[in-house]
Design a protein around this ligand. Structure first.
Ligand SMILES: [Zn+2]
Length: 195
């Protein structure tokens, strides 16, 4: 009886996480990877979700985004990515636990998925623009965990958390300090005009 209860609870947790991910427009392969549900069950869940909540949510197929350059495309995305990375760190998601080796649908993987959703939902509550999709957020965590392409550092001018591209020779300033640097300096502009 106890085993049956546990199985029921686990299945319920899988479905709950899958629905949460569908709401965030996660890709089918990511939902399968985390929850262990079959594509057929995910498809049926998606259909039920659309019937209940309307067609606003999109179902994405194919590969997840894999371009780290996305996080440096402009100051807004850099700022939001640094904030999201801070949330990952705060919630203990950057401990380097190799989630790839965890089978989908296990209790550890489901708890990890719920924690990731909490980090992403907090990020959405803080930023109305939603520039970083769920899948981009997953990619960000993935590269930060590996500390290969991207890492975290502090701004040399103000100690704010900054996202660092390891391909660059040195860590740049944070977006706030960079914005200050870019503001037109009236005295400098006048000196140029005199020449
Ligand atoms: Zn700074």
């Amino acid at each position: 009886m106890r085993i049956t209860d546990d199985r029921y609870t686990r299945d319920r947790q899988r479905l709950d996480l899958a629905i949460r991910m569908i709401r965030h427009e996660a890709r089918t392969q990511t939902i399968r990877l985390w929850t262990g549900l079959t594509d057929d069950r995910i498809r049926k869940l998606y259909k039920t979700y659309v019937e209940l909540h309307g067609p606003d949510v999109k179902r994405h197929r194919g590969k997840s985004p894999q371009q780290s350059a996305f996080f440096f495309r402009n100051l807004e995305v850099r700022r939001e990515a640094a904030g999201l990375a801070g949330l990952f760190a705060l919630l203990g998601l950057l401990k380097g636990a190799a989630k790839d080796s965890r089978p989908g649908g296990t209790l550890a993987m489901l708890r990890w998925g719920e924690l990731f959703c909490r980090a992403y939902e907090t990020h959405l509550a803080l930023h109305r623009s939603h520039r970083i999709t769920f899948e981009h957020a997953f990619h960000l965590l993935h590269v930060l965990e590996r500390n290969a392409e991207l890492g975290l550092d502090t701004c040399p001018a103000c100690d704010a958390l900054v996202l660092v591209d390891h391909a660059r020779l040195h860590a740049g300033r944070c977006v706030w300090c960079e914005r200050d640097d870019r503001r037109p300096k009236l005295r400098g502009a006048g000196a140029v005009a005199r020449h």
